[in-house]
Design a protein around this ligand. Structure first.
Ligand SMILES: N[C@@H](CCC(=O)N[C@@H](CS)C(=O)NCC(=O)O)C(=O)O
Length: 235
């Protein structure tokens, strides 16, 4: 019998989204438990050693945490395989997946800046990791649209949530950075159009992400539209 999966989530968490993309791409049914960030239930704290999401609960018995470990577990246990079959290609994919936290940190520190000065200084560091990825995509030599070619893989699932967050940020306060990286830009477009990525979050993820900026009182929140502000205030 196939396993029953429960994905513990915060609505805006990009690391949860990575696991959800893998589940979606493999067409594995799963339930989601949205955890209240400010009031994490005891059952969740008992299965999440760092009190973080994602946690994937399997058959109500085992639980695993860390988005990369979850992705690799799903890869080992379910079909179709998303990693490339060639061991060297697979190792390269994993190596670039290891770069995700550095890439993510350049973006999240920018989006959570507390002032315009901080935002500008942090945004100035984004071209560094973007350039590395641009070069990686060039070396891959794939004809796209994904990292390895026509099939979405685990490395794609890992970067998609962060390229989506960049797009959200860019729409609020145009950064004009991605335009200098044509391969990365095309990859972003393909990832955001992928059905598994579209199905990996709540449908109104951009508005929920904006509400989160307001709740966290971040500088970028001042560019959020009045309609989203109203919804956030009413929540
Ligand atoms: N390295 C972890 C990162 C997970 C993570 O940072 N999750 C955030 C939410 S996006 C979290 O739960 N943070 C704990 C908190 O907000 O207190 C992974 O890949 O799963």
């Amino acid at each position: 019998m196939p396993s029953k999966f429960l994905l513990c989530s915060f609505k805006t968490c990009p690391w949860v989204q990575r696991a959800a993309i893998v589940l979606q791409e493999k067409k594995i049914p799963y339930d989601i438990a949205y955890i209240d960030r400010d009031n994490r239930p005891a059952w969740f704290l008992a299965i999440s050693p760092h009190a973080k999401v994602p946690v994937l609960q399997i058959d109500g018995k085992e639980s695993i945490f860390e988005s990369n470990a979850i992705a690799e577990y799903l890869e080992e246990t379910t079909m179709p395989r998303l990693h490339p079959a060639d061991p060297v290609a697979r190792a390269r994919n994993r190596a670039w997946t290891d770069f995700v936290p550095t890439f993510a940190s350049a973006l999240s520190t920018t989006m959570y800046a507390d002032s315009e000065e901080e935002f500008t200084a942090r945004a100035a560091k984004i071209p560094g990791p973007f350039g590395k990825l641009e070069e990686a995509l060039a070396r891959q030599g794939s004809t796209g649209p994904y990292f390895n070619g026509p099939k979405l893989s685990l490395v794609d699932a890992a970067y998609a949530p962060f390229l989506q967050r960049y797009s959200f940020m860019d729409r609020l306060r145009p950064l004009g950075i991605l335009e200098s990286f044509p391969r990365l830009s095309a990859w972003r477009d393909a990832l955001l159009a992928a059905p598994a990525v579209k199905a990996s979050t709540v449908p109104n993820i951009e508005a929920v992400w904006q509400e989160n900026l307001i709740l966290r009182k971040r500088w970028l929140a001042k560019f959020v539209s009045e309609s989203v502000r109203g919804a956030a205030a009413a929540a």
